[in-house]
Design a protein. Structure first.
Lengths: 290, 172
């Protein structure tokens, strides 16, 4: 359980990092390492060179504006969890990061790294999807933006290939008259979720449901956003049939079974968590409608 | 290109207050560097993929899994291991950290394999706590939730956290 031999560079600028990534065959970016190091130790990955970006300045900022929250590549989960300004603009960030692993992992692991890792059992990939977010990618040719729909290709696979560094992720702000909730079922608190759900409920000025959307953790190969509005559209928020929305969600998802849970059990959890989180998000949204 | 790409590096790390130097292959995990290169075998290696928490140490004061860090990544940083928790007293002996004292008091260990990880995790968790009142069960579970123990069933470990919290608040 030791990593296969590799070579290591810790560049002091983004340009140098991209230069090493371009020059070296089989180079891989190392940020928090909380997903990558286990892969190396289990020899599921054996890159020739690790390019450690931890000493690159300027990548550790959380910028919260009215439009949304931009999270730099070196922002640790714990820093995002504690960022009050980010939580005001997009409450799903703190709600989801509180479910990411254990404190010792959150102290080191990065939010952007977990998105670039594209594990379907990661929380932040789903939050990027649910908020309709994007990432900024730096390459030797320049910098570009990739929306979440174009980013996730498959489990542990993104469309970012070749010499490139994902430098930040952008999570748009929560719309007006909206509430959020995030919940997981895990065998031990902080372990990978057997199933997780994040939801956004938006009300109209008459306190009726105008939108209900959900994204799941450990369900499906890539993050997906499911629109559940049809089950509850126009219903007064206090009386909406959240169980019907849960049933709709169950019919939309295609979970896989593994040693932790069968596909049927995951589908059951999708229904339960959807109903529960939608009710909670609607109650929060109600508090924002005068 | 000015960045060097190396197979081996010489690093300097302040471990338990003492600057230490080691030349390591870059693939050396921090857990192995502490045990093999620096001879500090108090840090235990369990699962080696971040699940069990036995290898937890403090890097610049924050608990991290030493099996999920490369030794070269902590070059220039400050590391605290279980060996660094106790303080020297005036007679040249050692005074246990309140968390160590509480573990002894509450019988919070049996085989001891997981204990170093628990001790540093709890010590950092209690020191970082800014609330005034006694620690709640929920806070205790958040602190110790990432560490596995196969002997105790956790009841006495949780009791020890409450005990250490009380002692540390009294000492303030």
């Amino acid at each position: 359980m030791k990593p296969a031999p590799f070579r290591y560079a810790d560049p002091r600028s983004l340009d140098e990092a991209l230069a090493v990534l371009s020059a070296e065959e089989g180079a891989k970016v190392l940020a928090g390492g909380q997903s990558l190091l286990p892969l190396l130790s289990m020899r599921l990955a054996a890159p020739a060179v690790l390019v450690d970006i931890n000493r690159v300045p300027g990548l550790d900022a959380v910028e919260a504006t009215g439009d949304g929250v931009r999270v730099g590549a070196l922002v640790r989960h714990d820093a995002l969890l504690r960022d009050a300004a980010a939580a005001r603009v997009q409450p799903l960030l703190a709600r989801a990061t509180a479910n990411v692993a254990h404190p010792a992992i959150r102290n080191r692991g990065t939010t952007v790294g977990s998105i670039a890792h594209a594990d379907p059992s990661g929380e932040m990939t789903s939050v990027l999807a649910l908020t309709d977010g994007s990432v900024t990618v730096a390459t030797p040719e320049g910098t570009g933006t990739v929306g979440w729909r174009d980013l996730f290709v498959g489990p542990l696979e993104t469309s970012v290939t070749g010499p490139a560094v994902v430098t930040s992720a952008f999570f748009p702000a929560l719309p007006e008259r909206s509430g959020t909730a995030f919940a997981e079922v895990a065998r031990r608190k902080g372990d990978y979720a057997v199933c997780g759900a994040g939801v956004v409920v938006t009300l109209d000025a008459d306190r009726r449901v105008s939108a209900a959307r959900a994204a799941y953790v450990s369900v499906g190969l890539v993050p997906e956003v499911h629109d559940l509005t049809d089950a509850v559209a126009g219903a007064p928020a206090e009386e909406a049939d959240w169980a019907a929305a849960g049933a709709l969600a169950r019919s939309l998802v295609e979970p896989d079974g593994d040693i932790h849970a069968s596909a049927d059990y995951r589908r059951l959890l999708v229904g339960v968590l959807t109903e529960r989180t939608l009710a909670s998000a609607a109650a929060e949204a109600l508090g924002k409608v005068a | 290109m000015t960045t060097s790409v190396d197979a081996e590096r010489t690093i300097t790390v302040t471990v338990n207050g003492v600057p230490r130097q080691a030349t390591v292959p870059v693939r050396r995990l921090l857990s192995d560097a502490l045990r093999h290169d620096l001879g500090l075998t108090g840090t235990h290696v369990g699962c080696e993929h971040g699940v069990c928490g036995a290898c937890t140490v403090l890097v610049d004061g924050a608990p991290v899994r030493s099996c999920l860090l490369l030794a070269v990544q902590v070059d220039g940083a400050s590391v605290t291991t279980v060996e660094g928790l106790a303080r020297e007293d005036q007679q040249g002996g050692q005074v246990l950290h309140p968390v160590q004292e509480a573990f002894r008091e509450c019988h919070a260990l049996q085989c001891g394999f997981c204990t170093p990880g628990f001790l540093v995790t709890i010590a950092a968790g209690l020191e970082a706590r800014d609330a005034d009142g006694p620690i709640t069960d929920e806070e205790v579970e958040e602190i110790v939730g990432g560490n596995l123990c196969r002997c105790t069933g956790y009841a006495n470990i949780k009791k020890a956290v409450h005990h250490a919290d009380a002692a540390m608040r009294d000492a303030r």
